[in-house]
Design a protein around this ligand. Sequence first.
Ligand code: NAD
Ligand code: ZN
Length: 351
Amino acid sequence: MFRIHINASEPYDVVIENNSLSHIADYIHPLKNPCQTIIVSDDNVAPLYLETVKASLTEAGYSVCDYVFPHGEDEKNAPRLIDLIEYMAAQSLTRKDLLIALGGGVVGDMAGFAAATYLRGIDYIQVPTSLLAAVDSSVGGKTAVNLKAGKNLWGAFKQPILVVCDPTTLDTLPRKEWINGCGEIIKYGFLDVPGLLTQLENKPLLKNQEKAIDIIARCVQAKADIVEQDERESGVRALLNLGHTFGHGIEKASRFKIPHGNAVAIGMVLMAQGAVHHDDLNPAVVTKLKNLLETHELPTETSITADELLEAAKHDKKSQGETIKIVVPTDYGHSKLKVVTHEELKGYLIK
Ligand code: NAD
Ligand code: ZN
């Protein structure tokens, strides 16, 4: 069992414990007296875990309703968010009540945004059930939905009051979602998390639930350290976007057929190749990175054109006027922030 404290403006804990869902109320009770609770989930996760969470809460005296929507990135949109908010209002949820996001990053981002804005903000808890959500999206308080113009363009910062991760839920996670989560985990390996890359090289993480608990804790700790320094992403937090500048473009250009973690993997390779071209990185590191990604069954290249990627990067949230903040690998396990012009960014797409 791991309990990681996040010292944000409103501090909270991340509990990582096998079978924690069956007694989740034990963790909630010290923070929140019995109240009305809405569990938000998707139609893959709800049939598997909703009743377990509900049973623990009702036994502890909480009243529970739920909102279950179809799974998938396509559902992380404005009409779905409004439908959820309308449902919360129809249930007469008050400011004293609680929202629980039970699922992957799609559920977490959308339900978190609903909690951030409904009645100008109510408490919420992240219960990540995908590997990607466990290591990344459930921690740090970024919430959003997608707009037609791009990903995560409508959102808010809102820290949860608690994160409860039960790694046994990963038993039912499809292999392709494990692969997707590994994209973000390998990203952490390049953000100065000592030993993480070696740990992944020795044995791939795929479908290795026992190994996952330790790796989730390492990644959450790394994210905690960064978020504590820069909660609102005015500086060092941007490092977490390694692989994302081109990654977001790849997701968008593929109409989200290429999932987030896979797109980040390709984005990291592109940035690493660009760094070699700019003499910031030894070419041997690109080979090592590619090998590690391939061992985790992640893609390392794309047929999407440089023009499309550059166009998407211009609309990226990290883009300001003529410049954009990018994250460049500088060694195996290390990266740095760099501000470049859009013109200079072109130079990073040379193979
Ligand atoms: P997801 O929520 O779509 O989950 C992936 C799939 O796995 C879905 O079909 C889901 O139903 C299913 N699933 C989840 N847990 C399961 C389980 N235990 N058993 C069986 N099936 C399960 O996607 P994701 O990869 O978890 O998250 C991606 C989203 O997270 C993207 O929208 C991305 O933008 C966002 N994200 C946000 C942040 C942040 O800081 N807020 C960070 C990274 C990613
Ligand atoms: Zn990401």
